[in-house]
Structure formats: structure tokens, C-alpha cells
Design a binder for this molecule. Structure first.
Ligand code: FPP
Length: 236
């Protein structure tokens, strides 16, 4: 039997707060450990020849967290961008981002856009950060961009189809994830990639994100490979 190819894995990195609590540490330490784990899983994904790894790093809902926590998460993102870009260059990994990037503080946005530009020609794989991202926001933003383009052209907008709607997404060229992993046990989609996850397989683990390592990432891939995907079709 040939091995099922996995081109795209998406991850909801949950459980940083619980990890910190269990270790008697401030919440931000959980986020810091979580940010370190990103490099570990990025390497594991590259070793497994996954083309696209999308990480839910900050949701549209996360803005409602305390000012201190939001500031700390933004600082971690800046530090990640400062420290990891040489590593991404060395590993030939391209960085991209999806979400309402205009909502990010100027410092983070500037670094992010520079990193995206610097890594644009890298070809060994793509790391996609979902930042100020919401699945509903993505759909609404896409439709509004579509309408605006139609108004500007002075033509009546053509009816959308599922195929043409894909161009309204933040990253239309990226294939839908075959696998979505969620750490720390919650059985929710939490407004992540609502359009793209329609037929994805879900792997949910109780492991908290800062403890989610290479071995368990490999287990998730193995679990996916054992599943039968039917895309709504009937059993043969
Ligand atoms: C959930 O933990 C995680 C987030 C709010 C976003 C993910 C953020 C990171 C992994 C750290 C920053 C990342 C980078 C790339 C710099 P939670 O606080 O909701 O955990 P809890 O549910 O246990 O409280």
C-alpha cells in the first residue's frame, strides 16, 4: 500500500495556560514554552516532508484577553521573528501569514512582513501563521474584497461558486489541510479555517501544547494514515 501523502497540517496550539498552572508558573511562561515548541514541530513537519504547516498563533477572539497577555503574546511573536528568521533561511522554509494583519501592532506587523519577504523564495516547506485570524472574518473579508473589486470595475459581480470563492480566501493557492491537530483536549473548531477544514481529519490529544513533541506529531500523522477518507461518499 502506498503511504497517504499529507501536504498540509493545521494545528490549534492550545493549553499553554494550563501547562503554566500545572507547573506553578505565570501564564506567560506557558506561552513562552509554547513558542519554543513551534520550532520543534516545524522541524518535525519538515522531516515528514509536509509542504504546509498552519499554526493558529492568535485568533480574532484572543484580542479580548487581558492587555498584559496580549502584549506578552505580541512580544513573543516579535522575538520569534527576530530569532528564527535565520533558522528559516537555513532550513529553506518560507513564512506566510493569514488573518487581519492590519490589526497587529506596527512593530510585529513590520517584522512579520519583512520576514515574509525575506523567505519568499524558500522552497523546502511553508510555515503559515494564523494571526488575528478568524474563519468567519476570513470569509467576510474575502466576500468584501470581491464586492469591492466588482464595484471598482463598474461591473455587476458574477455569482460565486465554490471554486471561484476559493480566490476570496487569504491564501487561495494553499491546499486544504488533510489533517487538523488540536492539543489539550477541547473538541471545538474555535473559528479556525472554517472553509478549509470541511473534509479534514481531526486529531485531538489531551497533551498540552508545550508538551506536544516530535513523537506525538508522528503519532498524529500515523493515526491519519490509518483512516479512510470518504469525502461524504458512500462505503464501497
Ligand atoms: C492557547 O493557550 C494558545 C494561544 C492563545 C495561542 C498560541 C500561542 C503560542 C503557541 C505562543 C506564541 C506563538 C508564537 C509563534 C510566538 P491558552 O492560553 O488558551 O491555554 P489554556 O486554554 O490552557 O488557558
Amino acid at each position: 500500500m502506498t503511504e497517504k501523502t499529507i501536504r498540509h497540517v493545521a494545528i490549534i496550539m492550545d493549553g499553554n495556560g494550563r501547562w503554566a498552572e500545572r507547573h506553578g508558573l505565570p501564564k506567560i511562561e506557558g506561552h513562552r514554552r509554547g513558542a519554543n515548541q513551534v520550532s520543534v514541530i516545524l522541524e518535525a513537519a519538515r522531516d515528514a516532508k509536509i509542504d504546509f504547516l498552519t499554526l493558529y498563533a492568535f485568533s480574532t477572539e484572543n484580542w479580548k484577553r487581558s492587555k498584559q497577555e496580549v502584549a506578552a503574546l505580541m512580544k513573543l511573536m516579535e522575538e520569534f521573528l527576530d530569532e528564527k528568521i535565520p533558522e528559516l533561511m537555513e532550513k529553506n522554509i518560507r513564512l506566510r501569514a493569514i488573518g487581519r494583519l492590519g490589526d497587529l501592532p506596527a512593530g510585529v506587523r513590520g517584522k512579520l512582513l519583512r520576514a515574509i519577504e525575506a523567505t519568499a523564495d524558500n522552497t523546502a516547506g511553508t510555515l503559515i501563521f494564523a494571526l488575528s485570524y478568524g474563519g468567519r472574518a476570513e470569509i467576510v473579508d474575502g466576500v468584501n474584497r470581491y464586492l469591492e473589486a466588482a464595484w471598482k470595475s463598474g461591473k455587476k459581480p458574477e455569482k460565486l461558486t465554490e471554486e471561484s470563492f476559493r480566490n476570496c480566501l487569504y491564501a487561495p493557492d494553499v491546499p486544504d489541510p488533510e489533517l487538523m491537530i488540536r492539543t489539550s483536549g477541547e473538541l471545538r473548531i474555535s473559528n479556525f479555517l472554517l472553509w478549509q477544514l470541511s473534509y479534514s481529519e481531526f486529531y485531538v490529544t489531551d497533551t498540552l501544547w508545550p508538551d506536544f513533541g516530535k513523537e506525538e506529531f508522528a503519532e498524529a500523522l500515523a493515526a491519519y494514515r490509518k483512516r479512510e477518507r470518504r469525502f461524504g461518499g458512500r462505503l464501497k
